[in-house]
Design a protein around this ligand. Structure first.
Ligand code: ADP
Ligand code: MG
Ligand code: ZN
Length: 480
């Protein structure tokens, strides 16, 4: 059904990469033996008291700064009460009506708030579950319990599944530069929940939303939202209503399964945590949080496009992939070579591709192809000293063995042939080899030229300039 617009808001949990947990001295660990990083505090033994991890607060403030959020001069921890085996206390220490940071904005999407909380323990389900007589069991690993989290909540400003995915990628790129989290969706250090609803186009009201939980890749996030939007549109087309509920998306078959009917905040009986003092960031903490904040990816992308003339796609890759951004910056610091636009295309296209293919380390700066060399290569192609195809061969050589592009061109005889007698001879041979195609072209059917161009490229090993070759063939066949 058309006429129904998508409305999406995201809730993102970011695991902070501090040394210790949010409220105790236990070390954070990934992949260690279960239940070795625990203590009476994170296991909720009676009589123990939590102490706020200052580093986690500074990391939270750093995230707030990067999202342009207002920092609360005083924020408060609350107990969010619930009963489930992943919480030995039967509540989570979180923030409620006085969060660490208030409204902000990233890439045109409004951030509602960002607050600090602790992660739950990890449940591991083994055997056959869901049956009283089954062999199944749920194991609890308390290593994760008490890990510091920042929860970021957006306003419902996103209007399509693709936009939600792109924004989540922008957020990850922004967070990654801050060095406060591993921001890895597969490993769960970045967890994105999507709130999804539809409404008549042009309506100012919000429809009833459902919430999709924990999709563990950007692709699944987009596909899950896509599937849920379709489900809601079909419901409404059938005259039914969307229920407020929490859904699990299964990427293997695209299904959406209800996890539980949605709880409301009053279900959690929030009350202020009596064992913790309010959080009042000092001037020194704020300063440390803001120190050396890197240029935000959104600003960098914008600058590359508007100031350097880089294409949108290449600018996004350079801005969102710090390693390639750094590589590009170094290339542009080289004394000469291609323009920024051309260099960006070589870095984000051919270099990314061949590094992935080489299945070596994907780190571009560790590659044998230096930034200076790739920029010089971009210049050779731009000045038409070599063809685009020859440029690809030079890049492959740079990745394989390093060196200087001009020297590789010289050594491998990759210099452009155009307008010379050599090219004319090759064109004539190609016309002879493809007599039927040549006749077609003579009769005025220019599409047939492809086969002749192909023959020229093959014989010249990609050293000829494609446009020049086309023109020459047409001339030779009396169509020029
Ligand atoms: P809840 O009380 O269910 O947690 P909130 O108002 O706190 O709801 O919003 C949680 C998230 O859901 C936010 O990201 C918000 O932007 C988003 N959201 C709220 N209402 C809607 C809606 N009708 N459609 C889509 N997203 C929504
Ligand atoms: Mg919520
Ligand atoms: Zn502990």
């Amino acid at each position: 059904m058309s006429g129904l617009e998508a409305v999406i808001g995201l809730e993102i949990h970011v695991q902070l990469a501090t040394r210790t947990k949010m409220f105790c001295g236990c070390e954070l660990s990934f992949g260690d033996h279960a239940n070795v990083h625990t203590c009476p505090i994170c296991l909720a033994h009676p009589g123990t008291l939590p102490v706020t991890n200052e580093r986690a607060v500074i990391y939270g403030l750093r995230i707030a700064a990067a999202l342009g959020c207002e920092v609360a001069p005083r924020s408060i921890f609350h107990r969010k009460n619930y009963f489930y085996p992943d919480s030995p206390k039967a509540y989570q220490i979180s923030q409620y009506d006085f969060p660490l940071a208030g409204p902000g904005e990233l890439g045109g999407i409004r951030v509602h708030r960002a607050h600090l909380e602790e992660d739950a323990a990890k449940l591991i389900h083994v055997g056959e579950s869901g049956r009283i007589h089954g062999s199944g069991a749920s194991l609890v690993d308390f290593n994760r319990g008490g890990t510091p989290l920042v929860e970021i909540v957006t306003e419902p400003d996103l209007r399509s599944a693709a936009e939600a995915r792109e924004w989540a990628q922008l957020l990850r790129a922004t967070l990654r530069q801050l060095d406060v989290s591993n921001v890895n969706m597969e490993e769960g250090s970045l967890r994105v929940d999507a709130n999804v609803s539809v409404r008549p186009e042009g309506s100012g009201e919000l429809g009833t939303k459902s919430e999709l939980k924990n999709m563990n890749s950007f692709r699944f996030l987009e596909r899950g939202i896509e599937a849920e939007l379709e489900r809601q549109r079909e419901l409404i087309a059938a005259g039914e209503e969307v229920q407020q509920e929490t859904l699990h998306f299964d990427p293997s078959d695209g299904s959406l399964t209800p996890l539980r009917s949605k709880e409301y905040s009053h279900d959690y009986r929030y009350f202020p945590e009596p064992d913790l003092v309010p959080m009042v960031p000092t001037e020194e903490m704020l300063e440390e949080a803001r120190r050396d904040l890197p240029e935000p990816p959104a600003a960098r992308r914008e600058r590359y496009v508007s100031e350097l003339g880089v294409s949108e796609g290449a600018a996004a890759t350079l801005a969102f992939e710090p390693a390639y951004g750094e590589y590009f910056e170094r290339a542009m610091g080289a004394p000469g070579g291609g323009s920024a636009a051309a260099t960006a295309i070589w870095v984000t296209g051919e270099l990314v591709g061949s590094l992935r293919q080489a299945d070596a380390e994907e780190e571009p700066l560790a590659s044998k192809a230096t930034p200076e060399a790739v920029r010089a290569l971009a210049g050779l192609v731009e000045e038409k000293k070599i063809s685009n195809g020859a440029g690809k061969q030079v890049l492959a050589a740079l990745v394989a063995e390093g060196g200087d592009p001009a020297a590789i061109v010289e050594r491998d005889g990759l210099g452009q042939i155009s307008g010379s007698g050599e090219l004319e001879a090759i064109v004539d041979r190609a016309i002879e080899a493809e007599p039927e195609a040549a006749d077609e072209v003579r009769k005025g059917n220019p599409k047939a030229i492809g086969r002749i161009v192909g023959a020229v490229m093959k014989e010249s090993k990609g050293r000829a300039d494609g446009d020049g070759v086309q023109k020459l063939i047409l001339e030779r066949l009396g169509q020029g």
